[in-house]
Design a protein around this ligand. Structure first.
Ligand code: PLP
Length: 455
């Protein structure tokens, strides 16, 4: 007889993964290399080491090593908030009246409120090990900056965060969490960098963008001795660190002989989704099992579903390497959307390649539908979800409702990446009926696509 599945499936500390899994090792078509923006030649390790920590550059460029051991100090930190539970969403299933079995992997159980801490602590560790003084970064909604501030304070590193100006103004509480952990926070664009001053001169009223904050953070890192730049998503190394999500989820489900049919995640730069699906995708790539994977993105920023698969700049200031990815163009600034973590113009090269190879599906969802799902979920399962995570909830609910029509008992696993306590202005807009569902037109997207670099 099948074992009864508890509401929360926990792993013991001793069952936590000891290595990260690098899905690139099992990809037949490897993600395209980063290119030098001047020469258009693949970036060499020496070039990248001016910007990023050396050990992270190795991880970034390694398409062949299947497992990277998680250093003991990082595992010690992980123990503060991991293993994170896999929850069988019994109450959501009941409220939906679906025969589907819904599971979610909850990553909001730490002070930073999201999965980003999994990579922040790894990046801070390698910076410390290299003997650096500090790191710089950008943050949009603030989750990454918060996670990195926590990680840097643990390893006693300085942390300079460039925060997209509109978030800086809208989310003063996030800023204070960062300052509590010792991070310094500058609204971007700022007059502390050349690129910031240039953008301010051209667009004095701009409320900022992720691409612009990245340019500022990179400039400060490369011009300050003892500093490097770190990034919270998109990069191969970040997906590698986030594989801890998928490895734990798989181990937890296997304890109860559960094999997911559909695995769903929200996709901003692709790190939580890439991490959640990694070990399952590995099995699919090796022909050992089959799964459906669904990336969910906002209709206002539809890089996978409506973008071009092309080389593009990672930042507005065009100082970063070129990455081949599904992109809307580095100048694209999405309309007001409260899922700050899903507003990036491009998508991880790994996920872009898997999607292009037909190994993963993608769909976009409208903001009000996302908040309807968020509220439904909060009322069923108790957790107040982050707007980003609620994109995955929307798709999971939609799949569960399809099962209700067909009577299929599918296993659906989705990533619940974080909590929404700092997003209550968004919830307020939703409750007041003031939420905007703007979707960019084909003409708008074509205008940005026309500006993609010709490689
Ligand atoms: C940053 C963030 C995301 C999106 O980032 P990915 O790199 O695509 O995972 C999703 N959910 C939350 C809560 C976030 O903070």
């Amino acid at each position: 007889m099948a074992k009864e599945i508890p509401y929360k499936i926990f792993l013991d500390e001793s069952e936590m993964p000891t290595s990260w899994y690098n899905v690139r090792a099992d990809m037949k078509n490897k993600p395209a290399p980063l290119l030098n923006p001047g020469t258009h030649e693949p970036m060499k390790a020496e070039e990248l080491e001016g910007v990023f920590c050396s050990e992270l550059v190795k991880q970034e460029l390694d398409n062949d090593t299947r497992f990277f051991e998680i250093p003991g100090e990082i595992r010690d930190f992980y123990k503060m908030y991991r293993p994170s539970p896999v929850v069988r969403a019994y109450y959501l299933e009941k409220k939906l009246g679906t025969p589907a079995h819904i599971y979610y992997k909850f990553e909001g159980n730490n002070t930073s409120g999201s999965h980003k801490l999994n990579s922040a602590i790894a990046q801070a560790y390698y910076a410390k090990k290299q003997g650096l003084t500090g790191v710089t970064t950008e943050t949009g909604a603030g989750q990454w900056g918060t996670a990195l501030s926590m990680a840097c304070s643990y390893f006693d590193l300085d942390c300079k965060v460039y925060m997209v100006k509109c978030s800086y103004e809208q989310k003063p509480f996030r800023r204070e969490v960062m300052r509590t952990y010792g991070g310094s926070v500058t609204p971007s664009p700022s007059n502390t960098t050349n690129v910031g001053r240039k953008i301010l001169a051209e667009h004095p009223d701009t409320t900022g963008s992720l691409g612009c904050a990245i340019s500022e953070a990179v400039e400060v890192a490369v011009s300050t001795p003892g500093y490097r730049y770190v990034l919270g998503s998109v990069l191969n190394q970040v997906l590698l660190h986030q594989s801890v999500i998928g490895l734990e989820a798989k181990a937890a489900l296997e304890k109860y002989d559960v094999k997911p049919d559909i695995i769903i995640g929200c996709a901003g730069g692709g790190s939580n989704l890439g991490g959640l699906i990694a070990p399952f995708m590995g099995e699919k790539l090796r022909g050992e099992a089959d799964y459906r994977f669904i990336a969910v993105e906002p209709a206002s920023c539809p890089s996978l579903t409506r973008g071009k698969y092309a080389y593009d700049f990672c930042d507005t200031g065009m100082v970063c390497p070129l990455a081949k990815m599904y992109t809307l163009g580095c100048d694209f600034i999405p309309s007001a959307n409260h899922a700050g973590g899903l507003r990036y113009h491009g998508m991880s090269s790994v996920l872009s390649q898997l999607y292009d190879d037909g190994l993963m599906e993608a769909r976009s969802v409208k903001q009000t539908e996302v908040f309807e799902a968020a509220e439904f979920f909060a009322r069923a399962e108790g957790i107040l979800p982050a707007p980003e995570s609620s994109h995955a909830i929307r798709a999971a609910i939609d799949e569960a409702l399809k099962c209700k029509e067909t009577g299929e008992e599918k296993n659906i696993l989705f990533g619940l990446t974080g909590t929404g306590y700092f997003d209550l202005v968004a919830y307020e807009k939703f409750h007041e009926g003031e939420m905007n569902d703007y979707i960019p037109t084909d003409e708008e997207l074509a205008m940005y696509a026309a500006k993609l670099p010709k490689i």
